[in-house]
Each structure stands twice: as structure tokens, then as C-alpha cells.
Design a protein around this ligand. Structure first.
Ligand code: MN
Length: 422
């Protein structure tokens, strides 16, 4: 077992009940400090810990190059690979769980290293070099196929053979809290009339999770499903904003373009794959049998509860979905093996999103497209208004957490407000 995952550990730093940020979590992110510096940080309970300052005051010893934490992104640290992250997380866990640790009684040092969440501004944690979005939830792919194609043959013939994906736009991935503008574009609302131009009328979220990679292998080489975990740094919640009306008109024959590339929002803390190990579960049996390069051993799915809320301006948030990452048909190891089977390279900081994560029941669907079934079944908000898709000034909030044997490892939230088209 990874030392930092020990469920018996308790911290001398206060962790409120039901906090996503238990001593067993120790995620990584980037903070802008009160003195305008960007540093690598972690969070435990409601305490943000500046890892650069922790290192500068000597608490991490000689093993960890402190300049790796004096950075505006996690990429330089991620360049050191999986063992570095594991050692660092274990070291932080040792410090936070040892009630007799010198830091526990040094309030002067604590005042330099510890921040309340409202004292820092969380930054985009990773410089995303390349971004890929998969389409790996069978319930989502089936729902979309039923709506737009043939209900009797909802899945396309390739779907159970290939973890379908496309390359998206990396530089419009934004952190929670950054507002987006409703996209404009071409749409064709009526089949028998010409297309129109204007603000999207069918703006939607996609409930997804993304994993962030370490450096991979040189161009021409592949990563097997057995090796995949060694190349995965961690995960975040990912809202793949989608303009359904733009998407429907533009996607033939090359796939998503302007319907997707205006923004995708992520939660600010990257939870390591190590911290998620205790929550692994088996995946669905795959029939027909997959190609040998997609076969895998062990539990590759992860039990992560996912929730989506819509908060209208000046009203309480209403929960609209309750899904789970365990519903994925294709797992991360298969996605990475498929992505590299042709010799495609990956780099530290690449982000690979799951595709919309829908469960089997309507209350577990991961997009408004499915929840309201193309707008035919509007849902009620707490203030009495109805939604078919997302309105201007709505805030979409997604949360996620894993929980087992009294240990909770969570992601916090990604919250994004939609402003009117510019
Ligand atoms: Mn997507």
C-alpha cells in the first residue's frame, strides 16, 4: 500500500467532517499568494499549504529540488515522473500526520506556509500541451445514438472496438471560476430552411473527468494497458462546454470544432492517481472481445461520485444529475493504450477527458441534451423557472468525490457562470 493512503492516518491540521481534502488526498495545484507569487500547493481540510515555502524553510529535506515548486504550473514537477510525485505525497503525509512534527508547534512558520482558501487565488494548475476528448460512456453514446440516429442501432459499428476520441483545443481549457461567454456561430434549426447565424440557443455542459499525463515514450513507441498507470499523474473534473446547435450543423464529416473549442472548465486541484487507488472497481465486461492491445488486467475503473447543479442568478442551486466515473466502458488504461498504439507521443501536461459520463438512469445523465431529451422534457429549478439547456447568468457546478471505509478523497468543484454572447 502507498504510505499516504493509510486509512488510519489522522492529521494535526483540522479536517472538517466530509471534507474532500482529507489527509489521504493531498492533491496538487497552483496558488497565487498574497505577495503575488505563483507556487505549487496542496490542500488539507480548509488549509492551503504552500509547498515552495515549506521546502524553503527546510521541511522537505534535500531530496526535492525546491525550484520545482517555485513555478506557475505543475509541469516542471511532473517532468520528474511518478516516483517523484509518490515520494513527495508520502513526505507531505508524514509531516501532516505526525503530531510531534516541528511544524505542528511552530506557529511562526505556519503563518508563512498556511493560507485560508479565500487568501489565495487558485491558478490553472497545468500547462496543457495537447488535449484529447474521448467518448467512452456507453450510456451517453447510446442516448445520443437513440436521439440522432437509429434507436435500434444506437451505437455506431466502431464503438465497441475503438475508444473513440478527437483532438480538442488545449488553450481554451480554463479553471473553475472563470466566466464564459455564450458562443456564436452557424446553426440550422429547421431542416427545410437555410442555416442561421447568432448566439447558440442550445448551450450545454458535459460532465466529464480528465486525466493528466506524465511524459510518455518517444514518437513511434506505444504505452501498453499494463504500463498506463505509470504515465498518469492525476485527475480533475472536466466540464466540456458544448453548443449543441452549432455542433449538429458543423460536425459532418470531421467532428467537433467551434461547438466545443470556445471553453472547457476544470476543477483546480489535480488528485493523484495514487490517492484514487483505494477506490478502484471492476469495469463492465466488454463484448465483443477487444483487440489484444486493449486487453487489461485488474480493476481499472474508479468509483467516483459525480454531481451536477445549475444555479440560476439570485437563486439556490438545483441538482440535475448524480453520476459516477465507474460507469465508463473504456477505462483510462485502454484510452492511453489506444492513443499511443499508432506511435503517437504524449507529454507531461497532456489532458485526456473521458467523454460525457452518463449512468443507466435518467437522473444520472451527464448533459442537458440527455437529461431533457433534446429539450422535450424540461426540468424545474428551485426558483420555479424551467431549463431545457443553459441560460445566460446560470452557473453550472460539478462536484466529485470517492468515499470508502470512512476515507473521502474529493475534487472540490468546478463552477462556471455563463454570460450573454458578446
Ligand atoms: Mn466531450
Amino acid at each position: 500500500m502507498i504510505r499516504a493512503n493509510n486509512p488510519e492516518l489522522k492529521s494535526w491540521i483540522n479536517v472538517p467532517a466530509n471534507s474532500d481534502f482529507s489527509i489521504q488526498n493531498i492533491p496538487f495545484g497552483i496558488i497565487l499568494t498574497t505577495t503575488n507569487e505563483k507556487h505549487v500547493a496542496t490542500r488539507i481540510g480548509d488549509t492551503i499549504v504552500d509547498i515552495f515555502r515549506l521546502a524553503r524553510l527546510g521541511y522537505l529535506g534535500e531530496k526535492f529540488d525546491m525550484e520545482l515548486f517555485n513555478q506557475p504550473v505543475l509541469n516542471p514537477m511532473m517532468k520528474r515522473g511518478k516516483q517523484f510525485t509518490r515520494d513527495l505525497r508520502n513526505k507531505l503525509s508524514d509531516i501532516f500526520s505526525d503530531a510531534h512534527h516541528p511544524l505542528a508547534s511552530n506557529s511562526e512558520h505556519q503563518s508563512q506556509i498556511f493560507f485560508a482558501p479565500e487568501q489565495v487565488v487558485l491558478q490553472m494548475p497545468v500547462h496543457v500541451g495537447d488535449y484529447t476528448d474521448f467518448y467512452s460512456s456507453i450510456d451517453h453514446a447510446t442516448n445520443v445514438g437513440k436521439m440522432f440516429r437509429d434507436p435500434e442501432n444506437a451505437l455506431l459499428p466502431n464503438w465497441k472496438y475503438i475508444p473513440v476520441g478527437y483532438h480538442g483545443r488545449a488553450s481554451s481549457i480554463i479553471i473553475s471560476g472563470v466566466e464564459i461567454y455564450r458562443p456564436k456561430g452557424q446553426m440550422k434549426p429547421k431542416d427545410d430552411e437555410p442555416p442561421v447565424f447568432g448566439p447558440s440557443r442550445l448551450l450545454d455542459f458535459e460532465l466529464e473527468m480528465a486525466f493528466v499525463t506524465y511524459d510518455g515514450k518517444p514518437l513511434g513507441e506505444s504505452i501498453s494497458t499494463a504500463e498506463a498507470d505509470d504515465y498518469i499523474f492525476g485527475m480533475c473534473i472536466f466540464n466540456d462546454w458544448s453548443a449543441r446547435d452549432i455542433q449538429k450543423w458543423e460536425y459532418v464529416p470531421l467532428g467537433p470544432f467551434l461547438a466545443k473549442n470556445f471553453a472547457s472548465s476544470i476543477s483546480p486541484w489535480i488528485v493523484t492517481l495514487d490517492a484514487l487507488e483505494p477506490f478502484r472497481v471492476p469495469g463492465e465486461k466488454q463484448e465483443p472481445e477487444v483487440f489484444p492491445y486493449l486487453k487489461y488486467e485488474g480493476n481499472k475503473n474508479i468509483d467516483i461520485n459525480l454531481e451536477v447543479f445549475i444555479k440560476p442568478e439570485n437563486a439556490e442551486a438545483t441538482q440535475v444529475s448524480r453520476s459516477n466515473y465507474k460507469y465508463m466502458y473504456w477505462n483510462m488504461a485502454q484510452q492511453l493504450a489506444h492513443h499511443t498504439v499508432n506511435g503517437c507521443n504524449i507529454n507531461a501536461g497532456d489532458m485526456m477527458a473521458s467523454g460525457t459520463i452518463s449512468g443507466p438512469n435518467p437522473d444520472s445523465f451527464g448533459s442537458m441534451l440527455e437529461i431533457t431529451w433534446r429539450g422535450t422534457k424540461p426540468i424545474k429549478m428551485s426558483d420555479g423557472t424551467e431549463r431545457k439547456f443553459i441560460n445566460d447568468y446560470d452557473t453550472v457546478i460539478m462536484r466529485g468525490y470517492a468515499e470508502k471505509d470512512g476515507v473521502r478523497v474529493g475534487f472540490g468543484e468546478v463552477a462556471t457562470k455563463v454570460l450573454p454572447a458578446k
